[in-house]
Design a protein around this ligand. Structure first.
Ligand SMILES: [Zn+2]
Length: 116
């Protein structure tokens, strides 16, 4: 998944991380600020994101923090996928073992009755 969090924001009509950081750094004009505030008033997701970013004292660190969050999300996703892959592998492995046991049993029975 190459999609970053910021593209998720944008696709859902939400704020990009650039918009959020520009807002916090006061790098926005009046009308931009107005539409951003209007969005935040009606969007819990962005409201929470902004509140979280507001707690960062050094605003220049925000891109670094967002990058860390991206990496964390990516790591979690990867671990989750690896876990699912492992479960799938065990299912296949036990299926294979059962097939082999059935083949052995059939072979054994065929041999048994052939001798008789
Ligand atoms: Zn939003």
């Amino acid at each position: 998944m190459a999609k970053s969090i910021s593209s998720i924001f944008e696709e859902s009509g939400c704020l990009s991380e650039k918009q959020l950081t520009d807002y916090l750094n006061g790098r926005m004009n009046e009308s931009e600020m107005h539409s951003l505030e209007a969005h935040i008033a009606g969007c819990d997701f962005c409201n929470e994101a902004l509140e979280g970013l507001m707690q960062v004292e050094n605003k220049e660190e925000i891109p670094v923090i967002i990058k860390q969050i991206h990496n964390q999300v990516r790591r979690d996703l990867k671990a989750h996928r690896a876990r699912r892959k492992k479960v799938k592998m065990y299912v296949w492995l036990s299926f294979l073992v059962i097939i082999i046991l059935i083949i052995l049993l059939v072979a054994f029975l065929a041999e048994y009755y052939a001798i008789k």
